[in-house]
Design a protein around this ligand. Structure first.
Ligand code: HEC
Length: 119
């Protein structure tokens, strides 16, 4: 019987630990808005690393570059665009290891603003 009570207590502690972990994960989730992608930060990256090929307004400076002012070129989730940027594509170099995921998401957020700018 004593054995049973001890096991119960241990399970209880373990459950409490799991509960704390969930609370922590939840808190981290709630914290997200503060870490949302920052298009202004992305603009800086774009101007130094992307503009040469994609142009200041995103319409493309070299043959084959997509037009970011057309909505449909970016009609894919951020995570997919980030995968392309990490891997590179055609003439575009791979950016894996050059930028953090946060930086890539910032620059993608900026790309999404180009469509809204006056031509
Ligand atoms: C050397 C020129 C060059 C540079 C620098 C460059 N790109 Fe590109 N990018 C291209 C070309 C060319 C394509 C079209 C590739 C293809 O589809 O063959 C492209 C495609 C893309 C696409 C569309 C990918 C897809 O899946 O269709 C995105 C998004 C993009 N570039 C973002 C960026 C960002 C952000 C940067 C800066 C961090 C950047 N590019 C830097 C040339 C460049």
């Amino acid at each position: 019987m004593k054995q049973g009570i001890q096991t119960g207590a241990r399970t209880g502690r373990r459950l409490l630990g799991a509960y704390r972990l969930c609370a922590l994960a939840l808190a981290a989730g709630l914290w997200q808005p503060a870490m949302a992608a920052d298009p202004l930060q992305g603009r800086k990256i774009y101007q130094t690393h992307c503009e040469n090929c994609h142009g200041a307004n995103g319409t493309g400076q070299i043959p084959g570059a997509p037009d970011f002012m057309r909505g449909d070129t970016l009609m894919r989730p951020d995570i997919e665009l980030m995968r392309t940027l990490k891997a590179g594509r055609g003439m575009m170099p791979a950016y894996q290891g050059m930028f953090t995921e946060t930086e890539l998401l910032d620059v993608i957020a900026y790309l999404r603003t180009l469509r809204l700018q006056p031509r």
